[in-house]
Write a protein that binds this ligand. Sequence first.
Ligand code: F6R
Length: 239
Amino acid sequence: MKVLTGTPPQLARWAADRVLHRLRTRSLSVLGVATGSSPLPVYRALAASGEPALASLRVFALDEYVGLPHHHPQSYHCVVDREVTRPLGLDPARVHVPDGAADDLDAAAAEYEHLIAASGGIDLQVLGIGANGHVGFNEPFSSLRSRTRVETLTARTRRDNARFFGGDLQQVPTSCLTQGLGTILDADEVVLIATGAAKAHAVAQMVEGPLSSACPASVLQLHPRATVLLDDRAAAQLT
Ligand code: F6R
């Protein structure tokens, strides 16, 4: 696991440059995107690059809430459309988000895994990390080999994400569909961005703690091409 530190704009630049480099050298056709606040500056930097080859990308989101209609402004269908698809000029048909509104969620999860595999797998996966160490919405004690599935959100994650729902915890869904830890490990390369003091403990567990499902992000220690981008506050508990 490679760890780089910098200011948030420097981290966004690094991640965007990595995407653009792989795109221009034709080693990136499938991009995995996280939602949440951490990677937003990366998507803005990509949009600002004006790189026409971005339009050739196929994109897979990491996760989606269960129970929100696709048009709900905080559904990841909407968030990805707003923050990724439109700014990068992508054809919506090339952008995939798990279907958290499906009647049969297990079938939707299996279909998502199938779609990723049929696309040739994810070349570069952008990740954030939860304050409890989740990646995607793989909460603590997720199986290290898990695949896309229904997951129950912890009270901590729901509290942390209430800010996206006007601070109203009641509005935050209680479950989600998420790529599994095994799915994330299958990506050719992963780039995780963490900024702010609230992430410092989880970051230390991920980078220096034991490999343990108690900190799901620690599974990235097994990944051969994982880069962790940290600002000073997120890096504060590293020894
Ligand atoms: C979002 C996701 C989550 C977030 C994490 C951090 O698709 O999978 O793992 O990356 O909750 O969220 P922020 O960046 O909002 O702190």
